[in-house]
Design a protein around this ligand. Structure first.
Ligand SMILES: Cc1cc2nc3c(=O)[nH]c(=O)nc-3n(C[C@H](O)[C@H](O)[C@H](O)COP(=O)(O)OP(=O)(O)OC[C@H]3O[C@@H](n4cnc5c(N)ncnc54)[C@H](O)[C@@H]3O)c2cc1C
Length: 507
């Protein structure tokens, strides 16, 4: 079956499916092509206030009320079809040293939402991605799952032909979006150079979903660790265990399964053994994992190579990539979902139909405006480089939990000020590149981070001693002042931040 469509989207993860739905709302004909079929396991589950704010804006702007219940934990039960999620009221960090008892001072809790009702969520991605894919279908996007295809560039755009569950297909389109994440299908065809070598972060992942994982709060209780100072229930969060040689995330869903992943700077040569040893060597983790079993995706751990990648370009006159296809840094700071939604918002704003132009005419007019795509690409890649520095400093701080916590404060300063700016901004179409993601376009902030990196180097070279850490914290607290709206790095808080919640809509 042959068809011409205005827009071809490769990859039907949440990013590709949402973009397809919005483009249909804008009146474009859309084809959505995926190598796999829904429901399927996907990693990257923890949303943030920036993600939820952006999703809510998209829902209102493009008349997609079905999306609104996804934007906060309290409204999730209104989702039809019973999608699974978990409550995320903030970020919890616990520091551990091999074979040492847990030190109660090694805790950092940063609230993101004032109440559980308003909380962000962990998305069970197999559910959410399928829901968004079906939403695209309900808006009559043409969909092709289990597709085996060849993509070619033609003088007028793109041709994609192959077979799928529905039979043979042959699609032509003036514009294509690469939403295939790491596969980077379009970028392989246009031969974009790889720039991963220029990134500072280097990490590798081992992950799966577990059942019977004891909550952190239960283990703290066993250890008689006082939790009354916690600003929220510590498991209703993106839980981070900060270890000597890496860190572990734990994201708990309402069905009591938990997404767990171990990130390490060194590539594990025997991942299964490293996993077991990491748990055995940390008494706290051993207590959590005593009865735990893998339940998804297939009763065994998934092992990645280096997770970072970065491409030299993220768009051209007839194509654009979503962030995960253009580059990826690390699960730390949960940037992936929000950054993808920022890119979806930008692309939709750039495509906003003009009166009297057909889809094809609109693409042709935009093809002449190469600067738009150059800007999209420059902004997106610069944001990935910004995330790289925010993450790399945390790995560099290891094994010092104190230093890790201090470096995290740069992320929290950037994100809390970005949340209040994004909350105030309406989609007025004036400049879809504003605001930048996590204040990447804020030159003084970027400059400050470069400077802070130098102080961090000095501190690490001095052996991260108590005095060196204190000096680093003092320097950082002074430099961070212009972006510190909520008392970050205040020693009196002793790692418990209850003033960092995202303002609600009416604030
Ligand atoms: C280990 C890890 C942990 C993460 N944790 C978090 C987190 O906690 N919070 C967060 O916000 N982000 C996280 N992320 C990032 C997050 O996973 C991504 O930002 C997000 O999945 C991107 O969504 P997407 O729709 O662009 O791509 P994906 O969801 O990856 O979807 C890509 C789709 O493309 C399809 N596909 C692949 N190849 C082809 C091809 N050649 N042709 C057609 N289709 C193809 C796939 O089947 C899939 O459906 C994490 C990432 C990793 C690697």
């Amino acid at each position: 079956m042959s068809a011409f469509v205005d827009l071809l989207i490769l990859g039907s993860g949440f990013g590709g499916s949402l973009l397809a739905t919005i483009a249909r709302q804008q009146g474009y004909s859309v084809a959505l092509v995926d190598r796999a079929a829904h429901p399927r396991f996907a990693i990257g589950e923890s949303s943030t206030p920036l993600a939820d704010q952006t999703l809510a804006e998209l829902a209102r702007q493009y008349d997609l009320p079905e999306l609104l219940p996804l934007c906060q934990y309290g409204s999730w039960p209104r989702m039809s079809g019973g999608l699974t999620c978990g409550a995320k009221q903030g970020f919890s960090y616990f520091g551990h040293q091999r074979r040492q008892p847990f030190n109660t001072n090694d805790q950092l809790l940063v609230i993101a939402r004032r109440t559980r009702e308003l909380a962000d969520t962990h998305w069970l991605r197999s559910d959410v991605d399928q829901f968004l894919f079906q939403l695209a279908q309900s808006r009559e996007a043409r969909t092709y799952e289990k597709a085996d295809y060849i993509l070619r560039q033609t003088p007028t755009g793109w041709q994609c032909s192959g077979t799928a569950g529905v039979g043979d297909f042959d699609l032509t389109a003036p514009f294509v979006v690469d939403a295939t994440a790491r596969a980077g299908e379009v970028m392989r065809v246009v031969k974009v150079e790889d720039e991963t070598h220029s990134l500072h972060t280097c990490s590798h992942g081992i992950y799966a979903h577990f059942e019977n994982l004891r909550p952190v709060a239960a283990v703290l209780q066993d250890l008689s660790v006082e939790q009354s100072r916690h600003p929220f229930a510590c498991d209703d969060a993106a839980v981070h265990h900060v270890l000597d040689g890496g860190w572990m995330w734990q994201l708990r869903f309402d069905d009591d399964t938990v997404s767990v992943g171990l990130m390490t700077p060194q590539e594990p040569d025997r991942p299964q053994l490293q996993w077991e040893q990491t748990i055995d060597d940390h008494r706290f983790l051993s207590q959590q994992f005593a009865d735990a079993r893998i339940v998804r995706p297939a009763h065994e751990l998934i092992v990645t190579g280096r997770v970072q990648h970065l491409q030299a370009r993220a768009a051209g006159p007839t194509w654009a990539a979503l962030p995960a296809a253009a580059g990826f840094i690390d699960p730390l700071h949960s940037t992936g979902i929000a950054h993808t939604l920022f890119a979806v918002r930008r692309l939709a704003a750039l495509w906003q139909p003009s009166a009297g132009l057909s889809g094809l005419q609109r693409w042709q007019a935009m093809k002449g405006q190469t600067f738009i795509w150059q800007r999209y690409s420059d902004v997106l890649l610069d944001e990935l480089r910004h995330i790289d520095l925010l993450v790399a400093g945390c790995y560099q701080s290891l094994p010092s939990f104190r230093l890790w916590s201090a470096w995290c404060m740069i992320y929290f300063a950037a994100v809390t000020t970005a949340e209040s700016a994004t909350g105030r901004k309406q989609l007025d179409g004036s400049d879809c590149f504003e605001p930048s993601f996590l204040r990447a376009a804020d030159s003084p902030l970027r400059q400050m981070i470069f400077e802070a990196r130098r102080w961090l180097d000095e501190c690490v070279q001095a052996g991260s001693t108590v005095d060196a850490c204190r000096l680093f914290e003092r320097r950082l607290a002074a430099a961070l002042r212009p972006w510190n709206e909520c008392g970050l790095l205040d020693p009196d808080r002793r790692g418990m931040y209850d003033t960092t919640a995202c303002p609600s809509v009416d604030e």
